[in-house]
Design a protein around this ligand. Structure first.
Ligand SMILES: [Zn+2]
Length: 240
């Protein structure tokens, strides 16, 4: 006898294995024995595949989790570097140029032009010294990032044959991948990566769609404003 859950009513039933088909004794649902066996087989193999994928994923997470502080530090430094790169000295330099040019143009008008010229040069000097300071800080950060990157690469290579590229070994990415497997959306690490790529692509497309819609709304608003203002003008002119 083969015990199983009836697909029709969910009751626990038993089927005679020597026959080709059987009926549920509660709801009368007819089941072909070969289908039942096939479903059983598929369920068993998917459980195996799932636990294989989870084992692989856990191993990877444990291994790269050992250096999670390095990943974190690297991200922090990269952020600092990017901030220094676009820091305010550019604004100072920009204003310095504008004020200096105006000063030069109005120098013939006397004291006012001279004052502008001096202020402009002060801005330029301030921008320059801030720029130098940022540059020094950036130069100090750069080797630290390189050092961390080399350590991460070393750790990655020591793993041996890794089913995922080094760009996926960050803890945040690994936890997304492992969730895919846990949720049964992927059976192994490779499938989880494919799913992540798909999702990223979809998100990008969604973002493009959102931006397009925003632009369209912006245009519609501008057109409406223009229509309102021209109808106001029409009203105003007709009253004249
Ligand atoms: Zn039934």
């Amino acid at each position: 006898m083969l015990s199983l859950k009836c697909p029709g009513c969910g009751a626990n039933i038993e089927l005679d294995e020597s026959r080709d088909f059987g009926f549920c004794s509660y709801c009368g649902y007819k089941m072909m024995l070969k289908d039942v066996v096939e479903v059983r087989h598929r369920e068993a193999s998917s459980t195996d595949r799932y636990s294989d994928g989870m084992t692989e994923m856990t191993k990877i997470m444990d291994y790269f989790g050992q250096i999670s502080d390095k990943y974190q530090k690297r991200e922090e430094l990269k952020k600092q570097y990017a901030e220094l790169q676009k820091k305010g000295y550019k604004a100072l330099t920009g204003w310095g140029i504008v004020i200096t040019v105006i000063g030069l143009l109005s120098i013939s008008s006397g004291a006012f032009g001279v004052v502008l010229l001096i202020v402009g040069c002060l801005f330029l000097a301030g921008g320059y010294s801030q720029g130098e300071k940022s540059k020094k800080e950036m130069e100090a950060i750069k080797p630290q990032i390189t050092q961390l990157e080399n350590e991460i690469i070393k750790h990655y290579e020591d793993y041996g044959v890794c089913p995922l590229g080094i760009e996926y070994t960050q803890p945040a990415v690994l936890s997304i991948l492992s969730n895919y497997i846990r949720q049964g959306r992927a059976y192994n690490v490779k499938e989880a990566i494919n799913l992540l790529e798909d999702e990223n692509y979809k998100n990008e497309m969604r973002q493009i769609a959102i931006n397009t819609q925003k632009a369209a709304e912006e245009q519609a608003r501008a057109a409406r404003d223009m229509a309102i203002s021209s109808s106001y003008n029409g009203l105003f002119n007709s009253r004249k």
